[in-house]
Ligand binder design. Structure first.
Ligand code: MN
Length: 183
């Protein structure tokens, strides 16, 4: 048995359901102190047969992992947000934790383990060669393991892992996003 003596701090992932112009789930992986982010129109699927189209979107500041509430305004990003899942993740394969962007993300083939309350086990996030709708397009795919299952987890388990609320139950009292509040 080899002993893991690394001092790596755990990395965080968060999935925020976001009812903007269109409902989607924002999948975010901590890398180099920011949250690298993908918008997934149908949300993650725990069925390895189901590849979920994921659009890379702008990185978010690390503190945004705690945001749940309403994003005010009338632009495409406005609307309600819940923390649908959150936990640690472990990148797999070769990488440097000090520079995940260059040593891991840029490969376009991300293999990782999720330790969330809902999403668990092995996953792949693979950049496609196509740019659908002019976007940086990836596919999120569950690996076959004991955490794989059929069904639609985003609908079967709709509640926030923080407040217990569904996205429909969110009001301004849960929080109002202001630029600069999250770092
Ligand atoms: Mn979003």
């Amino acid at each position: 048995m080899t002993k893991n003596i690394s001092q790596k701090k755990p990395l965080l992932f968060v999935v925020q359901q976001h009812h903007a112009t269109h409902m989607h789930w924002d999948f975010r992986l901590e890398m180099d102190d920011v949250l690298v982010s993908w918008a997934i129109p149908k949300g993650p699927s725990t069925d390895p047969q189901t590849k979920r189209l994921s659009f890379r979107v702008e990185d978010h500041v690390y503190g945004y992992k705690d945001f749940e509430g309403i994003i005010p305004g009338n632009d495409y990003g406005s609307g309600k947000v819940i923390i649908w899942d959150r936990g640690e993740y472990l990148p797999l394969g070769r990488y440097s934790q000090q520079n995940l962007h260059q040593t891991w993300l840029d490969s376009g083939k991300l293999e990782f383990e999720l330790k969330g309350q809902k999403l668990k086990g092995g996953w792949n996030l693979i950049r496609t060669s196509k740019r659908l709708y002019g976007e940086d397009t990836w596919l999120l795919i569950k690996k076959k393991d004991q955490y794989a299952s059929t069904g639609e987890i985003v609908h079967d388990l709709p509640n926030s892992v923080v407040s217990g609320k569904t996205i429909a139950e969110i009001t301004a009292r849960d929080g109002v996003f202001r630029l600069g509040d999250y770092k």
